[in-house]
Ligand binder design. Structure first.
Ligand code: GLC
Length: 418
């Protein structure tokens, strides 16, 4: 077995170097978090969730403080923003996105969008690493409240699947599947960017009122990866509650099972034998038929054995997702695959460590140990050779314009077998 101890040390030192700590005059709160890279000064929702999982190995107190900082800006209705600007007001393009209905003061420092709800899983993994039930008891209600927000405010058709209202809410910003709701069938990323800006202007005009937004259905997407992560979060919260509140554990567990079955039922595409997200327009549903990393996410859930076999075939196909440096975020046989690293059009094929981690966990869960080990090894090889970068070229591993010493890529060390 290879000795990865120096890689582990490097990962933790990157996270420590990216710590931002202080008092925010604007938000009137103390903060402690790891920023995605050293230069940028904001806290990002799902980045923080990944950081805390890795940090919990060595500095559990840091991991807990990072999550509690994130939870500290939760709104009355359960909403938690995708970015928090602890040091300064939202400027430039972000400024246009203020959410009117939240407290005017706070709204200058937080965005109006959400991100994939990894937080339930982070809480569970921190518990598994530390056994600190007091920490869980202190925070689990707020995490549950966020999941309730998603169920109550983000599921207009009440089918148990959550809708995102902008591509950025998926965390996979310019993934080509999101060209489709904008009727950009030629997959020109510049056109999608333009359409997003036009849409955000309208959202701002509507004060980010969700009724208006869903009525207009410019972008109302039930995303496969988003809903899978939501479901994993519900399972995690249920498991945590089972230590001290049976009734809640059961109720949330039932909801997780329901969401799980809806994902299988609504997203499966019998022709392509893969899962596709759904776009809603004027009361109709459209399957978003672009094979992206999102399509593989149900690998981490309970799913019919034949679906699992098909997903693994897609994942390991060298013409689809299994590039020399896997896993490509868009299937290589899609016309929309690329451009890759020398551009800021992100998520159009580049490989990302955080999504590899999810898929590797899925393989392990279903007992595909050889494949789990292979993917883990390839992921570790990527970071050993090219450093902890924001993303990688799936064909040659290079990093192009990606940020270096990047927080969430340290989650690769979770795949070390010790
Ligand atoms: C990019 C990613 C998003 C991430 C953010 C900060 O916008 O698409 O998922 O949270 O950068 O790392």
């Amino acid at each position: 077995m290879e000795d990865y101890s120096s890689l582990k040390e490097r990962a933790i030192s990157i996270l420590k170097a990216n710590i931002k700590e202080g008092y925010s005059k604007g938000l009137r709160k103390k903060y402690f978090y790891v920023s995605p890279d050293r230069i940028h000064y904001h806290q990002w929702f799902w980045d923080s969730c990944f950081h805390s999982i890795v940090m919990a190995n060595v500095h559990p107190d840091y991991a807990k403080r990072e999550l509690e900082t994130l939870l500290s800006v939760q709104q009355e209705d359960g909403f938690i923003p995708h970015i928090i600007f602890w040091r300064w007001r939202i400027r430039d393009r972000f400024q246009k996105w203020w959410k009117k209905e939240v407290n005017e003061k706070i709204s200058r420092y937080i965005t109006t969008e959400i991100q994939p709800p990894v937080i339930g899983l982070s809480l569970l993994l921190i518990y598994e690493k530390t056994g600190d039930l007091e920490f869980i008891k202190r925070n689990i209600d707020r995490v549950e409240k966020f999941y309730n927000y998603l169920a109550e405010k983000r599921d207009p058709d009440k089918d148990y699947l959550v809708s995102i209202i902008t591509p950025m809410e998926s965390g996979m910003d310019l993934s080509p599947q999101y060209d489709l709701p904008f009727e950009n069938f030629e997959h020109d990323p510049e056109l999608t960017k333009k359409k997003i800006t036009e849409m955000l202007k309208k959202y701002k005009k509507w004060g980010w009122n969700l009724d208006k937004i869903f009525n207009a259905s410019i972008f109302d997407v039930e995303d496969v990866a988003y809903n899978t992560i939501y479901c994993l979060g519900l399972y995690a919260v249920s498991e945590l509650y089972s230590h001290f509140d049976r009734e809640k554990a059961e109720r949330i567990g039932e909801r997780a099972t329901l969401v799980n079955s809806k994902i299988i039922e609504k997203f499966w595409d019998e022709e392509e034998k893969i899962y596709f997200s759904i776009s809603h327009k004027d009361g109709k549903e459209y399957s978003m038929k672009v094979k992206t990393i999102s399509s593989l996410f149900p690998l981490t859930l309970e799913l019919p054995p034949e679906h699992l076999t098909h997903l693994i075939n897609h994942l390991t196909n060298e013409k689809e997702f299994y590039s020399p440096y896997p896993v490509a975020s868009v299937s290589m046989d899609e016309p929309s695959f690329g451009p890759l690293t020398n551009t800021r059009y992100i998520w159009r094929g580049t490989s990302w460590i955080n999504t590899n981690w999810f898929l590797a966990r899925g393989l392990q869960k279903h007992g595909h140990n050889d494949l789990y080990e292979e993917l883990s090894k390839k992921t570790l090889e990527l970071v050993s050779k090219f450093g902890f970068s924001e993303y990688y070229d799936p064909l040659n591993g290079k990093c192009g314009m990606a940020m270096r010493n990047f927080g969430w890529s340290t989650i690769a060390i979770e795949l070390i077998d010790d």
